[in-house]
Write a protein that binds this ligand. Sequence first.
Ligand code: PRP
Length: 206
Amino acid sequence: MHKELAHPLIHSLVNTLRDNTLDPFVFRHTIKEITKILLYEALNNQKLCSREIMTWNGVKTYSYVPEEDIVVVSVLRAGLSMHEAVIDTLKGAQSGFLGIKRDEVTHKSVLYYDRVGDCSGKKVILVDPMVATGGSLCDAIKVLKQKNAGEIQTLNILASPEGVQRVLEEYPQIDMIIAKIDEKLNNDKFILPGLGDAGDRAYNTL
Ligand code: PRP
């Protein structure tokens, strides 16, 4: 299933990213702001665990997100800023990284780096700002399943309708939380209107 966040603040933040004159620092900052909102939505139905703590008034039991049962996995490079935003909030979560690059001619995604451990018994939050053809996200989900991931939620900033359809056709049980689904893909498989190459814009790549 997927959920597109319809909220004035999300619209405004996503449209901020479309400004090509935005410097990389503000671009990354805005990605992080949006990611915090996506995470808030993703954890809406999260089961909490109880923990005893020492308060000013003695030992008490309170509920918390079981951060140690969550693995945050990002797709390099553009997912890195999102990753930072998630682990700044879920400080006890574990991390994994997948290097996936889309071939510029064939538009097919290629896995070149895998630093994800065994995910048995863990919930995975998979972050990648862009879902164009959906190939990169499908590849990432395939790897996570091979690593025994249970529940997988994706946080995405921009997606094409075609990309969302492909991911959910291949993996109907995935929960996609998306800031904005744009109009379509162009012939070069870029999202329209989109925001360009998120990895290049975030890190000022030569
Ligand atoms: C972008 C983006 C996604 C992928 C989406 O990464 O961050 O990972 O493309 O395209 P898809 O849905 O058609 O697979 P890119 O390949 O540009 O790598 P980069 O982040 O290293 O620039």
